[in-house]
Ligand binder design. Structure first.
Ligand code: S3P
Length: 448
């Protein structure tokens, strides 16, 4: 099953060590936000290192539909001429956000406090995902939403003509919900306050400040209290997008697992709200060094030197979940090749990602001969040690890029090759994945 195009069956197999430099693409979260905040600003925003994955291209198209001028100058180099806060025009057609939960939820937020309506849809994966978590708080501003049963897309959002500011405690750890409320707060008068009990990725807060908004963050016993002053004039900025730690995760984990490997992954964001996987891998015994730490585009970055390592299973602290939420699929693969058991708790949000990732990983690992246990909020993987995973299965990816890439990494070390039914969703976040992995020496093939 694929999103919009034909499925692309893929397969990976065991081979020699991975060596060389892995230049992974720009961060997906920051790329979406650069286009959106550029569109909400006055003047020109120049972006370098933009991820040109399908999710971000769909957001660029959406920003054009709301009236911004968005131009690609060169690979990764884009310019946005914004319309200013409150300047969105009503789109003439349905906004198709493809596979992207981040795209649709953030865009709903930033149009919800203007007197315009927009109808949103997406691919078969996105149309299954819950939008009520965003439209509930947007209703507090005065916006209305009409979608399918269970708050599913397609959905029309009628923006509030006369928005009021809100104070909202986000009920689940979700940077998308937090961001949607903050973006809606931009065009409401007065102060919008968002409280999160657990810290989630903070790119929206950092970037809103960078574009000139007045925003404060206070750590309190209630949680992280974010206060935004409404109706600022955002000013176009130069944004240098750092490389995506969630994409870096795939070559990093592959190099840890394939004997003899030694790779360098330069310029990867080390934002503490995003780097939980690397901490976890080091806890499992990974040989990763964080070289040349520096600041780029307002984010801490480092060059990661990664060498093949003997890994042991661990219990991943549940409070680390938000900082590595997109990395559990590939961690489950690493856990399958580690000695001992890895316990991942506090991860029920994985059930509402591009697929139900607990179920997708559990079924695929079982098909590859790995013993797992799961409940609503937990995945436990019983590691078979290096060389222990039989493989030899075809895993279903459920229109989920990270499930596809995770099983293709496992196929690099399993006894028999591993196939995935559809690698086409990889293009949503990591369009250069197969070329980059081949450049390191991995055997990953598209099958006719
Ligand atoms: C994202 C937030 C996370 C993450 C997603 C990107 C963002 O989703 O899984 O890939 O850019 O804000 P949730 O907000 O659903 O946790």
């Amino acid at each position: 099953m694929s999103g919009h195009g034909d499925p692309i069956p893929m397969m990976s197999r065991k081979g020699g060590p991975l060596r060389g430099v892995a230049e992974v693409p720009g961060d997906k979260s920051i790329s979406h936000r650069a286009l959106i905040l550029g569109a909400l600003s006055v003047g020109e925003t120049r972006i370098t290192g933009l991820l040109e994955g399908q999710d971000v291209l769909d957001t660029a198209k959406a920003m054009r539909a709301f009236g911004a001028e968005v131009t690609r100058l060169a690979p990764g180099e884009w310019v946005v001429q914004g319309v200013g806060v409150g300047g969105f025009a009503e789109p003439a057609d349905v906004i198709d956000c493809g596979n992207s939960g981040t795209g649709v939820r953030l865009i709903m937020g930033c149009m919800a406090t203007s007197a315009i309506s927009a109808t949103f849809t997406g691919d078969a994966s996105l149309r299954k995902r819950p939008m009520g978590r965003v439209t509930d708080p947007l209703a507090l501003f005065g916006a209305r939403a009409h979608g399918r049963a269970g708050g599913r897309l397609p959905m029309t959002v009628v923006g509030a003509a006369d928005p009021v500011p809100v104070r909202y405690t986000v009920p689940m750890p979700s940077a998308q919900v937090k961001s949607a409320v903050l973006l809606a707060g931009l065009n409401a008068p007065g102060q919008t306050v968002v409280i999160e009990k657990e810290a989630t990725r903070d790119h929206t807060e950092r970037m809103l400040r960078g574009f000139g908004a007045e925003l404060s963050v206070e750590e309190t016993p209630e949680g992280r209290v974010i206060t935004l002053q409404g109706q600022p004039e955002l000013r176009g900025q130069a944004v240098a997008v750092p490389r995506d730690p969630s994409s870096a995760a795939f070559p990093v984990c592959a190099a840890l697992l394939v004997p003899g490997s030694d790779i360098l992954v330069p310029g990867v964001s080390q934002n503490p709200t995003r780097n939980g996987l690397f901490t976890t891998l080091v806890d499992m015994g990974a040989d990763i060094t964080f070289e040349n730490p520096r600041e780029e585009g307002g984010e801490p970055v480092a060059d990661l030197r990664v060498r093949h390592s003997a890994l042991k299973g661990i219990e991943v602290p549940a409070e680390r979940a938000a900082s590595m939420i997109d990395e559990y699929p590939v961690l489950a693969v690493v856990a399958a090749c580690a000695s001992g058991t890895t316990v991942m708790r506090g991860i029920k949000e994985l059930r509402v990602k591009e697929s139900d990732r607990i179920d997708a990983m559990a079924r695929g690992l079982e098909a590859c001969g790995v013993r797992v246990e799961e409940d609503q909020d937990t995945l436990i993987v019983h590691g078979l040690g290096p060389d222990g995973v039989p493989g030899g299965a075809t895993c279903a990816t459920h229109i989920d890029h990270r499930i596809a890439m995770s099983f293709l990494v496992l196929g690099l070390v399993s006894q028999q090759p591993i196939a995935v039914d559809d690698g086409s969703p990889i293009a949503t976040s990591f369009p250069t994945f197969d070329g980059l992995m081949a450049g390191l020496g991995a055997t990953i093939e598209r099958r006719a």
